[in-house]
Write a protein that binds this ligand. Structure first.
Ligand code: MOS
Length: 743
């Protein structure tokens, strides 16, 4: 791992916020308890499609402790948002209670606010709604698609090239609806002080959340402040606000009291997004020696009745491999479900499952090693946009992964590898994920108490943002980590990016580096101009800022610490601003194709006697530019791999076909990979700084670790059992077809 001269960039660094979390001192949204707070509990529809004929809240209103029952009749006006310039992005177009049409099970119908949570819960239970029922569209298969397909990337002549290709794969791959299950559930605390609204939220984007809330409520943006100090993760489900946030703010306004609303886990399955179902037809045509001649990716994804959510499954398809003839199409299929939402590695993760599963099938058709097939078709440039890659080491990911995994020992026959009586299956897949540097601002401030603070309106979703920010300030100023305060998670701070797309590290570090440099310059100037300073009258060019001191470039230590200068100058602090230029405006990056790459190698153990399958070992090699904190980064990748085990073998949200209720909408029924399902995981970073990403060359990690895992698992499953599963998750029922059930 490469490190900087000061050694902190690239050094495994424990999280500076770790003690706050392990001692329970870290405050999450609903940990904010405000004097006089009331509690809100939603009443939601128990049907998937229809119209509310009558809503009877009279019994609820008479229940003890009830302060307010909010519904369509009394909520007043809420507005739809107008997105622009990346701001005001909402999860659902429809605000709460906008009309009396029910479009999904779990849609908000009323909100009870009471003195206590228990009273609100009891009152919500006696609300009575009558509906005119309609037949919901809930079929899980998307084969009823009749709409127009949207055309995506295109080059050459796919039909002709596929038609004449000597070797072909033409298969459809299915990924189910999956639900985000962060540890911390959605919640909102709304506090009004006259016309000023403060919202303690669990959001991946305080700045955007603020804009959406102002627009939805129809109040000036200056009147809204959104605070998210810590998040118990989000996985995309908390990128944009959901309708409960504005609903809760209105309740607090009407009552003139702070109100807290916590969604129960059950509602996490119905009302705050999910990865939609995808059905992806992949057609690959190749020459006898394995060169791709034609590639098409035609996908459908489910969406809600009102939201045009496109999963973007073909994100990686047009650039990952070299192929002259390519075609991409997509379509949306509407269902009586809530709005889908980005989920870790949106688009690319389900898309690469299909792409890489098809590549593995093509390798088998060709009888070519799947690693070799990928290397053979490695792309020299982004053939979609006809621009160079900024930094691409995909081939090395594949080679290093194969070596670490011991891939050359693989024998190709189904069920041919054994260990201690268990059959082993080995599979692999490639991965990629987009990189971007988003525009943002950071402030760095030296304080007279000897501390340095760095401020930006972004947030830490649990990935280690607090720590990487402090690392950069330390690297620049030499001030030790325990004297650096990272202040994030507040929309009142300078604009910072959303914690999404694995983009915070690559974006904000540049602004922090610039702000640090600027602040040090200002400190030097102050030291030369301040009465009583030992450096008074010295030329700024002769001075440097190092280890928290201002010193003469040619002399040893003994020069003043910044705090001494601030005291002499009688100022409490000195602050400077730094900005990040987005990749699309920077000549270094704007005509480059920026992506991270990876390779996943998976071993499964198959015990045919008892039909038990387990992922036993994963080797993952990641090319994500410079790695700032290998400890937190490896943790991200390992976590993503475990999520990949869930995607491959366990996760699937199932809806009742009559009511649209999630059947497995609880932590007991929705299966996720836990510690017991976790394989042995070996994470390697190639650590090549990407010059297009700015000073540190970091592209960021997180979602890339999930990409490709499911395709590597299904390949390993095929190798062990002979069963080719093309609909995730792999189920025991699928494996019972294995011809090698008898060991
Ligand atoms: Mo991620 S799905 O961009 O939070």
């Amino acid at each position: 791992m490469s490190t900087t001269p000061s050694g902190i960039i690239g050094r495994p660094t424990p999280r500076i916020d770790g003690p706050l979390k392990t001692t329970g001192a870290a405050k999450y949204a609903t940990d904010f308890h405000i004097d006089g707070m009331a509690y809100a509990v939603p009443f939601v529809s128990s049907i998937a499609s229809g119209r509310i004929r009558n809503l009877d809240t009279s019994a609820a209103e008479k229940m003890p402790g009830v302060l307010l029952v909010l519904h369509r009749g009394n909520i007043g006006q809420l507005y739809r948002t107008v997105p622009g310039d990346g701001d005001a992005t909402n999860s659902e177009v429809r605000p709460a209670f906008e009309d009396d049409i029910v479009r999904h099970w779990g849609q908000y119908v009323a909100l009870v606010v009471a003195e206590t949570f228990e009273e609100a819960t009891s009152a919500a239970a006696v609300i009575h709604a009558e509906y005119d029922l309609e037949t919901p569209k809930l079929r899980s298969s998307l084969d009823d698609f009749t709409g127009e397909r949207k055309k995506g990337s295109h080059r050459g002549n796919f039909d002709a090239a596929f038609g004449s290709a000597p070797v072909k794969v033409d298969q459809t791959y299915v990924t189910p609806i999956e639900t985000h299950n962060p540890i911390e559930m959605h919640g909102s605390v709304a506090v009004w002080d006259r016309d000023q609204l403060t919202m303690f939220e669990t959001t991946q984007g305080v700045v955007n959340h603020r804009v959406v809330m102002a627009q939805t409520l129809g109040i000036p943006i200056e009147n809204v402040r959104v605070v998210t100090r810590f998040l118990g993760s989000g996985f995309g489900g908390k990128l944009f606000p959901w309708p409960h946030c504005a609903m809760n703010a209105v309740a607090a306004c009407k009552l003139g009291r702070p109100v807290k609303l916590c969604l129960p886990r059950r509602m996490m399955f119905s009302s705050v997004g999910y990865r939609p179902r995808t059905e992806q037809r992949m057609r690959l045509g190749a020459s006898m020696d394995g060169k791709l001649l034609a590639l098409s990716h035609d996908y459908l994804n489910s969406t809600s009745l009102l939201d045009d959510y496109d999963e973007g499954c073909a994100e990686a398809t047009p650039y990952l491999y070299s192929v002259a003839n390519l075609s991409v199409t997509s379509g949306l299929v509407r269902r009586n479900l809530g709005a889908p939402m980005y989920m870790r590695g949106p688009g690319a993760v389900p898309g690469l499952y299909a792409m890489e599963a098809a590549m593995n099938e093509l390798a088998d058709e060709l009888k070519i090693d799947p690693v070799k097939l990928r290397i053979l078709n490695d792309a020299e440039k982004d053939e979609d946009k006809n621009i160079p890659f900024s930094s691409r080491h995909y081939r090395e990911c594949l080679e290093v992964g194969a070596k670490k995994f011991g891939w050359e020992k693989r024998t190709v026959g189904i069920g041919s590898m054994r260990r201690y009586g268990k059959i082993l299956g080995w599979g692999m897949a490639g991965a990629s994920w987009v990189a971007l540097r988003l525009p943002c601002t950071a402030h760095v401030e030296f304080h007279a108490n000897g501390r340095v603070s760095v401020r930006s309106g972004t947030q830490d979703i649990g990935t280690g943002t607090y720590t990487t920010f402090a690392q950069v300030v330390h690297e620049k100023t030499g001030v030790p980590l325990d004297r650096i305060d990272v202040v994030i998670g507040d929309s009142a701070l300078p604009d910072g990016p959303m914690s999404g797309g694995s983009m915070v590290t690559g974006s904000v570090l540049n602004a922090i580096a610039n702000a640090s440099t600027e602040a040090m310059k200002k400190m030097i100037a102050l030291s030369t101009g301040t009465e009583g300073s030992p450096l008074k009258g010295t030329k700024a060019e002769e001075l440097e800022f190092a280890e928290g001191r201002i010193r003469k470039k040619d002399s040893a230590a003994g020069d003043p610490e910044f705090a001494e200068i601030l005291k002499l100058a009688r100022v409490d602090g000195l602050s400077a601003e730094g900005k990040t230029v987005p990749t699309w405006e920077d000549p270094q990056s704007k005509d480059k194709s920026l992506h991270s790459y990876g390779a996943q190698f998976v071993e499964v153990e198959w015990e045919p006697d008892i039909a038990r399958l387990r992922v036993s070992r994963v080797v993952t090699v990641i090319d994500a530019g410079r790695i700032i904190n290998p400890k937190a980064a490896a943790n991200q990748i390992a976590g993503a791999v475990v999520m990949g085990v869930g995607m491959g073998l366990l996760e699937e949200t199932v809806h009742d076909q009559r009511t649209g209720q999630p059947i497995n909408g609880s932590m007991a029924d929705y299966l996720m990979a836990t510690c017991a399902d976790s394989p042995e995981i070996d994470v390697t970073f190639l650590d090549y700084p990407d010059p297009a990403m700015g000073e540190y060359g970091a592209r960021g990690v997180g979602e890339i670790g999930l990409a490709g895992v499911a395709a590597a698992i299904t390949a390993a499953v095929h190798h062990a059992t002979g069963v080719r599963v093309r609909e995730l998750p792999v189920k025991i029922e699928d494996l019972l077809q294995s011809k090698i059930l008898q060991a």
